[in-house]
Ligand binder design. Sequence first.
Ligand code: HEM
Length: 120
Amino acid sequence: MGLLPASPIRPSRSPARWVGFELPGLGIFYPSNLTPDDETGLGRWSEDDIVKALKTGVRPDGRELVPIMPWRSFSALTDEDARAIAEYLKSVPPVHHAVPQPLGPSEHATHPYMTVVTPQ
Ligand code: HEM
């Protein structure tokens, strides 16, 4: 199975290794470290937590993931396929790699981002 570069399993070493998505009105969101690192990744998430986030967009802390993370599409995954993705993510070697935290709409970005424009 291949993950798109937006959610890298092996973090890129290029200078622009973090590229976030700006959702006007919401802020800027950087793709997460999906490896099972306890501090910077999904190490403390259970497989059930991952399945729930993929299919409902809700993190263990209750926050809803922004829609650039295509969880609305992933909600059509079968439970079996979502579970297989979760098992895979928990099986890869952990990589200690802190990605930038989400920024609010008025916060200054220090890393690159792309803006998602909604046509009027
Ligand atoms: C099979 C493919 C994918 C998997 C398994 C996956 C999984 C996840 C998971 C579990 C999270 C939550 C992690 C956390 O909150 O710490 C997440 C967040 C995120 N993902 Fe994905 N993702 C995938 C594809 C994508 C794609 C295609 C994009 C963008 C084009 C994307 C962008 C993001 C972003 C921006 C976040 C952070 C969202 C937020 O903080 O609200 N992901 N992903």
